[in-house]
Design a protein around this ligand. Sequence first.
Ligand code: NIG
Ligand code: FE
Length: 418
Amino acid sequence: MKLADLIIENAAQVLTLKAAKNAAAAEEKLGIISEGAVVIADSRIAWAGPSSEISSEADLSRNPRRIDASGKVVLPGFIDSHTHLVFAGTREKEFELRLQGASYQEIAAQGGGIKSTVQKTRQAGKEELFAAGKRRLDQMLSLGTTTVEAKSGYGLYTQDEIKMLEVIRELDHSHAVNVIPTFMGAHEIPPEYAGRKEDYVRLVIEEMIPAVAENKLAAFCDVFCEQGVFSPEESRRVLEAGKRCGLEAKIHADELTSLGGAELAAEVGAVSADHLLFASDRGMEEMAEKGVVAVLLPGTAFFLFLGRYAPARKMMERGVAVALASDFNPGSCMTQSLPLITTIACTQMRLTPAEAILGITLHAARALKREKDLGSLEPGKQADLVILDIPDYRHLSYHFGINHVWKVIKKGGIAWEK
Ligand code: NIG
Ligand code: FE
């Protein structure tokens, strides 16, 4: 018998994501239990199975709260494995300029883009950044997200990068949503280093990374490997320096041009390579070989109307685990909705709804190295769940543009409800 603090029962479907042995098809990997139930004790999943077995499985001595999920779908809390959560100011003017024909790179070259957000973020105090971050996390939670990765990279000056990471830490400590920090000092070359990129790379390597690591402010180190930003060689140096200080590698790779970012991710043993619209066949094969997770961000391709998407099916055929994330940021993707991202992934990259759910749960947990604790409803894992008011999991992607979230359970407690 399993002790119970909370029982969710009678769900039309419980998606445990506990794959049947040798499950090949994504649908089998969802581990669907019809008329399912989940038992939670001490903030952890204690059991998941058919509702009809609760009386023989659950110890009711703690007088557990019971939630009737009739006609609804229960699944792991969504994990957004790539966001730029903390920033000041917004860039709706650039959105309009892009609609009139300017490209993301042209706007950046004219001092807009990342640099304009850097200017505002440098001017902002921690309280302002925290308040904006909190509001954004509230919105994410209401859309079913229970864990978020958040990058620095709008400071580009040691003290401002640290300021951003301290805000990220405070958000993690004070909000129901878990926030996992990534240092991204190599997001852009700040204006005061124009024409002196090598000096900036050295600042990132010699000053920022050690300071961030010493204060345990980040788990990952990320770099924007892109034409006009950081070359593969510069990116490799930054990521190797991060690794020496205990920060695991992530890369913004092959987003706008084919630069060998996927190959670099494999070479440095990155946890994930992200974007990958222009990833080469060889790069994908090497990622598969090294177990690098592909974090695909189709919302960005959609919002920048790039006219192409990452070759997700090719990656999956080669055995690369595909995660999906929002890339939430004020320039290239201003949305926090992972359900919307799944719809774009299905319609534009031909993922199945089941593959899309894997992408925002189990594979996203892998992209953050948290798969032992998050991403599925298996006994022992943290009790982070979403209950959707839909009769079948496919409606999450199929019935798009509205919020189906009915309740969000975080660490065994109700964190948000309709
Ligand atoms: O992932 N590619 C670089 N960084 C972000 C965009 C950040 C911004 O435009 O402010 C991205 O798309
Ligand atoms: Fe990004």
